[in-house]
Design a protein around this ligand. Structure first.
Ligand code: ADP
Ligand code: UDP
Length: 244
């Protein structure tokens, strides 16, 4: 059988053409990277866990009425998705201080923020994903003010929803990263949530113990990443097949 040619290979996923012109296949790899890919490893089974966890969360977000790219799961590692024109801005939502904001602003990890903070970073690995202001986003045409308004509105609703979803399973949603894109090319293009929502791009702490249940286990060499992701899946009620 002829092997499919990837359209794009990223750090955690590979993107292939889908069966229709406006679809893609998103393949979840086991690769783990951190610190702009300076730290790398392979964690067997991580891709399967992220595929199933992200499917579960994207389906729940769809029920909220927020459009997202997920169409269906094809296999343990693949999803069929709508092909979007990705807006090159990472949207980071923070409820509690952790990660880069602590070193940037001298905050203590775990400090509650007075309100939910939404930050924007340019999606550009070679520049180290620098933080940008809405004015940069408009000046350089990455998104229009109307598009950014929709993105922020969707992001805050997703944060409220996911905060409750995770609290219900004994997990604090500390922060996470979203990506959005345009579905359709004309002026009426719809803003859709893209990429994935999984422990790779969220910080998740156990309510009782504050134990980290996310990619910080890899970033900080804490070990037990697979077990933590499995526990998130188990608490969410997501059934994961045996790791290959
Ligand atoms: P990275 O590119 O940061 O290394 P990944 O390994 O996760 O990240 O690769 C997935 C790539 O697919 C990302 O660049 C992401 O922006 C892109 N992507 C996610 N969803 C869609 C979509 N629906 N349409 C087009 N591109 C997408
Ligand atoms: N994040 C992500 N991809 C990125 C940058 C951040 O998924 O390229 C997520 C990260 O997992 C965390 C949140 O966004 O949940 C905030 O990350 P932060 O800015 O603290 O960066 P990091 O600590 O990863 O350098």
């Amino acid at each position: 059988m002829k092997k499919k040619k990837p359209l794009y290979e990223g750090k955690a996923k590979v993107i292939f053409n889908g069966p229709e012109a406006d679809t893609l296949v998103q393949y979840f790899k086991d690769d783990a990277t951190a610190f702009n890919a300076q730290k790398k490893d392979v964690i067997t089974g991580k891709g399967i866990l992220n595929n199933y966890i992200s499917e579960h969360i994207m389906l729940a977000i769809r029920e909220l009425g927020i459009p997202n790219h997920f169409i269906s799961r094809i296999s343990d590692r693949e999803q069929l998705i709508h092909k979007l024109e990705i807006i090159p801005v990472e949207v980071v939502v923070r409820n509690v201080a952790a990660g880069s904001i602590c070193s940037r602003l001298g905050l203590e990890e775990g400090a509650m923020l007075n309100n939910t903070l939404v930050e924007f970073c340019l999606k550009n690995d070679s520049l180290g994903d620098p933080i940008v202001a809405p004015e940069h986003i408009f000046t350089f045409g990455w998104a229009t003010p109307d598009e950014l308004e929709t993105i922020v509105e969707d992001t805050l609703r997703i944060n409220d929803f996911l905060t409750g979803l995770f609290l219900g399973i004994g997990v604090r949603l500390i922060d996470f990263k979203l990506e959005f894109g345009r579905y359709g090319t004309d002026a009426a293009a719809e803003i859709m949530l893209a990429d994935e929502i999984s422990p790779d791009n969220c910080r998740l702490w156990d309510v009782k113990t504050n134990e980290k249940m996310d990619k910080d286990r890899f970033r900080r060499d804490l070990g037990g990443l697979l077990e933590a992701y499995q526990e998130i899946a188990r608490r969410l009620g997501v059934k994961i097949p045996q790791v290959d």
